[in-house]
Design a protein around this ligand. Structure first.
Ligand code: UD1
Ligand code: UDP
Length: 377
């Protein structure tokens, strides 16, 4: 069996690493295709190194661009590789432009697509990610839904065949790396931090960074936080903050530690020892509930509603009063804090990678890993 992985951004590398590892444990060396959507050392290579993914077969160097440029160029370059390599299945993960490009290029060559983290929906079609998720799911043959809720979303769109609820591979990644992070990372000392006396913040979503009014709201919130905050800044956000002269404003504040994006081990250690997290990231909403860190999400919707239902995540948007209300509650009301911190992880037991690989191998053996002419029963 010859599986190929197409990925290109930080979260895809992190969440696919347990699946790649699981294939390797079966003696199968998958083909690794990196589109180069993320290309800075801190956004890509550091994760390949830390997660031991050094055997990348193709670096496509797609880079940044408009939505269509990035997706279109990636599609063309992926197609060339797939024609040459003829894999039995193409695995993609999540909702980036790389995922959409990989899924479309592959299915049109009649190579089945397996979508890891299928069925997530924010129900906000103005987000590029939502369009990518929907289209990737509909182009896929095998859909690995992390939760029952995600499976239900697929069913609501008529996708019933080829769907498997396997948990989220982020649990595998956290479990496989958090002990190593605890041992190896020196990040607390580096920033002179004491466990549980600081918050972590990340923000990079288009809706929070590309809109000046929203970015100003975000900066105002960060400056008002009543706790030390560590903010590893995504390059997209760094560029916007600098172009609006907001970077300097943040730098002036003693409570704020601005940093480059961190490697996975440093980030996990930082998150694990924090008091709370404020974020618009998808992966961090998941990791915080896995690690028992209360999460306030700087968005008005989430494609991870399981975290909110479980009680570990609250959607606070960019409303300063609402953010500060919940931060103060978390800092001053221990019962409230413990309730959020003890919310149950809805994403499974950390064996998703293994399940995904077993299912794909089984389908392959049965001759069922192929693009069907109709998916409807
Ligand atoms: C992408 C995904 C988003 C995901 C995020 C993970 C899409 C539509 N969005 O957003 O869903 O949450 O990755 O982090 O696919 N840049 C650099 N260096 C890099 C990468 C990016 O400087 O290594 C800058 C460039 O100015 C670029 C901008 O960041 O234009 C945005 O990068 P892009 O890959 O288009 O989207 P992300 O915001 O990273
Ligand atoms: N992450 C990291 N360093 C950072 C910020 C995030 O290693 O400085 C990790 C984080 O632990 C999570 C993933 O990157 O696993 C989330 O990626 P991101 O927020 O860029 O994308 P999203 O999950 O929103 O698609």
């Amino acid at each position: 069996m010859k599986p190929a992985f197409v990925f290109g951004t930080r979260p895809e590398i992190i969440k696919l690493s347990p699946v790649i590892r699981a294939f390797e444990r079966k003696g199968i060396k998958p083909l690794l295709i990196h589109t180069g959507q993320h290309y800075d050392y801190e956004m890509s290579k550091i994760f390949l190194e830390e997660l031991d993914l050094n055997g990348i077969d193709y670096h496509l160097e797609v880079g940044s661009g408009t939505q269509a440029q990035q997706t279109g160029i990636a599609m063309m370059k992926i197609e060339e590789v797939l024609i040459k390599e003829k894999p039995d299945v193409v695995l993609v993960q999540g909702d980036t432009n790389t995922v959409l490009a990989g899924a479309l290029a592959s299915v049109k060559l009649k190579i089945p697509v397996a979508h890891v983290e299928a069925g997530l929906r924010s129900f906000d079609r103005t987000m590029p990610e939502e369009i990518n998720r929907i289209l990737a799911d509909h182009a896929s043959e095998v859909l690995f839904a992390p939760t029952e809720e995600a499976r239900q979303n697929l069913e609501n769109e008529g996708i019933r065949e080829g769907v498997y609820v396997v948990g989220n591979t982020i649990v595998d990644a956290v479990l496989q790396n958090s002990e190593i992070a605890e041992r190896k990372s020196k990040i607390l000392g580096h920033f002179n931090l004491k466990p549980k006396l600081y918050a972590v913040l990340t923000a990079h979503r288009a809706e929070n960074t590309d809109n000046e009014e929203n970015l100003r709201k975000l900066v105002d919130i960060i400056k008002s936080l009543p706790i030390k905050v560590v903010y590893p800044v995504h390059p997209r956000t760094e560029k916007k903050l600098k172009s609006l002269n907001l970077w300097k404003e943040l730098e002036k504040s003693e409570n704020i530690i601005l940093s480059k994006p961190l490697g996975y081990l440093d980030f996990l250690k930082l998150l694990k020892n924090s008091k709370l997290v404020l974020t618009d990231s998808g992966g961090i909403q998941e990791e915080s509930i896995i690690l028992g860190i209360p999460c306030l999400t700087l968005r008005y919707n989430t494609e991870r509603p399981e975290t909110v239902k479980a009680g570990g995540n609250i959607l606070v948007g960019l409303e300063k009063e609402r953010v500060l209300y919940y931060v103060n509650n978390l800092l001053n009301d221990d019962r409230f804090y413990q309730k959020m911190a003890n919310a149950e992880n809805p994403f499974g037991d950390g064996r998703s990678g293994e399940r995904i690989v077993n299912i794909l191998i089984e389908l392959y053996k049965r001759g069922e890993l192929k693009v069907r002419s109709s998916r409807f029963i």
